[in-house]
Design a binder for this molecule. Structure first.
Ligand SMILES: *[C@@H]1O[C@H](CO)[C@@H](O)[C@H](O)[C@H]1NC(C)=O
Ligand SMILES: *[C@@H]1O[C@H](CO)[C@@H](O)[C@H](O)[C@H]1NC(C)=O
Ligand SMILES: *[C@@H]1O[C@H](CO)[C@@H](O)[C@H](O)[C@H]1NC(C)=O
Length: 336
């Protein structure tokens, strides 16, 4: 009787502990500034920005030490030989053992010409709409984009035309292209807008994402497309996630944008970020759509966009990267 009572008490305490832990997980002790405060802070800072070589060197070193982007950002024959176990970074206990079939799909080694000079990382935020940043973006030496964004005529002035690396989430293959189980033409055709860039796919992050990613690889290689498929290395994604977690980003998973910025900080001499603005109101107090091409909101608890923005803003203030959050100034000589 006594033992049973004791046990019951114990489980009540255990349940309470779990509740409290959950509470702290969902509502961390520190307080994130409210959106309005962040907007005000950004307005105060204005267009003032000065490059800080010390900050750039520091972050390249920090990221090299934690995550080794040069060697690890993609799955290569070099870092993932036959028999290597790749642990999915978005799943609890799943892995893929590199075999004959998958090994042959990996690039030999990091294919990028390093170091990259001026890099532009283009997020898909609605803030880009009417920004006239297209020319600025296209002038970068290496341009990274997120999640196969549309680059059709109506957006060119704001987002530019060139791409050197574009990420593709396997879920897009599923939603937009019927998982490539039927025709692959629509997919191959829609990829042409990215020229001869790298398609960067997290093929080994979630179990259901592997097959669509491999199918995307075959669709491109069978049609002798000019694009090169790179599979994101789950080990790299995991270490970058840890890097930001230690700096206060409590998301279940980092956004693609922050991954790309981290990659750029590790590989580029200069980084400018466009289209990162996770707030529904712009600097001119006008509503801002979620993406520059639509206003579909993401699943709420998955990413922690304002937290990520605060981190990026710190880097901006210290001169480590340049965030463009408003309109881009007209260029001398313009389009002539
Ligand atoms: C430059 O970056 C370093 C390292 O992040 C930082 O300690 C320093 O304060 C920055 N300098 C300026 C002027 O912001
Ligand atoms: C890999 O495949 C090739 C032919 O496709 C075969 O000759 C070779 O033995 C295979 N290697 C292993 C380790 O299975
Ligand atoms: C690949 O690039 C070449 C040269 O830029 C171009 O002529 C060709 O049409 C491209 N192929 C495809 C499938 O887009």
């Amino acid at each position: 009787m006594l033992v049973r009572c004791y046990r019951a008490k114990l489980s009540v305490w255990a349940a309470l502990c779990v509740l409290v832990l959950c509470w702290f997980y969902i509502y961390p002790v520190y307080r994130l500034p409210r959106d309005k405060e962040i907007v005000e802070e950004v307005l105060r800072q204005g267009e003032v920005w000065q490059k800080n070589q010390t900050g750039i060197d520091l972050y390249r070193k920090l990221l090299t030490d934690c995550c080794d982007p040069r060697r690890m950002f993609a799955v290569t024959k070099e870092n993932s030989p036959m028999g290597k176990v790749l642990w999915y970074d978005g799943e609890f206990y799943h892995s893929h053992t590199v075999n004959n079939e998958t090994y042959s799909l990996f690039v030999q080694d990091n294919p990028l010409q390093l170091p990259l000079k001026k890099c532009a990382v283009v997020g898909n935020g609605g803030i880009l709409r009417h920004s006239r940043c297209g020319q600025h973006i296209d002038q970068a030496d290496f341009i990274m984009r997120c999640n196969l964004p549309p680059l059709s005529k109506e957006y060119v002035e704001d987002v530019g035309t060139k791409t050197h690396l574009v990420t593709a989430n396997p879920s897009i293959i599923e939603k937009r292209f019927q998982n490539l189980l039927w025709s692959r033409k629509a997919f191959v055709d829609s990829m042409k807008v990215y020229g001869s860039s790298y398609i960067y796919m997290p093929a080994f992050s979630m179990k259901p994402g592997t097959d669509p990613s491999l199918r995307a690889y075959y669709a491109l290689s069978d049609t002798s497309s000019n694009l090169t498929m790179l599979f994101a290395n789950p080990e790299f994604l995991r270490t970058v996630g840890k890097f930001w977690k230690a700096r206060g980003v409590h998301a279940k998973r980092l956004s693609t944008g922050l991954f790309l910025v981290s990659l750029a900080l590790g590989l580029c001499e200069e980084v400018t970020a466009y289209g990162f603005w996770p707030f529904s109101v712009g600097l001119d107090e006008q509503p801002v759509s979620h993406h520059y091409y639509d206003n579909i909101l993401p699943y709420k608890w998955f990413h922690a966009m304002p937290e990520e923005f605060v981190q990026l803003w710190h880097l901006h203030k210290s001169g480590t990267l340049h965030m463009r959050v408003g309109h881009c100034p007209p260029q001398d000589g313009g389009s002539s």
